[in-house]
Design a protein around this ligand. Structure first.
Ligand code: PRP
Length: 183
């Protein structure tokens, strides 16, 4: 299906993202100062760029694991039904865990994942989201740490897609459609 034409306007530069991650990493290191090895869990697919940059700022022992959750498919609207497509490889019972998310929108994904992982009884579980759209929230959840609060814009890049495009942009951009929607 041909897609509606759009351009991408830069919203958060690669430099601004890097600076924010450096600051967040300091806070995380302090918060987990006594942790022997932190389990850093990236939610696929959107968080793959963020987690790669974040863990390289965390000069502490980390174990990296991934969980794939999906609620959007290729569409723009959340299905509100979170499916776990790939579970963690490792055990998290009794351990310190940091869940890394690219964006919190309705909140369904993060809420579901936090509930699932807490049922495995980690010693401590915290969350970090690069982006937060508080105006879109439908369930009560907020990440422990947030990179940037943004307005309700359709964003892409730095891991985030629009119909599986644009994940490889080094910055966060805003989608701007250049033609009216077909009836
Ligand atoms: C996107 C995004 C978050 C989630 C946020 O994932 O990466 O995980 O939606 O939305 P929510 O707060 O409304 O639940 P998506 O399901 O598109 O999968 P992806 O990460 O593989 O792109």
């Amino acid at each position: 299906m041909p897609h509606r034409p759009y351009v991408i306007d830069e919203m958060i530069s690669a430099k601004a993202i890097a600076a924010r991650i450096e600051a967040l990493a300091q806070q995380i290191k302090q918060a987990f100062a006594g942790t022997e090895k932190l389990v850093v869990v990236g939610l696929l697919r959107g968080s793959f760029v963020f987690i790669a940059d974040l863990v390289r700022e965390l000069d502490m022992n980390v174990e990296v694991d991934f969980l794939e959750a999906s609620s959007y498919g290729d569409g723009m609207e959340s299905s509100r039904e979170v499916r776990i497509l790939k579970d963690l490889r490792g055990e998290i019972g009794g351990r310190d865990v940091l869940v890394v998310e690219d964006i919190v929108d309705t909140g369904f994904t993060l809420k579901h994942v936090v509930g699932l992982l807490k049922s495995r009884e980690p010693r401590r579980l915290e969350t970090i989201a690069l982006l937060d759209k508080p105006s879109r929230r439908e369930v009560d959840i907020k990440a422990t740490w947030t990179g940037f609060e943004i307005p309700d814009e359709f964003v892409v890049g730095y891991g985030i897609d629009f119909a599986q495009r644009n994940r490889n942009l080094p910055y966060i951009g805003k989608v701007r459609f250049t033609e009216p929607e077909q009836a």
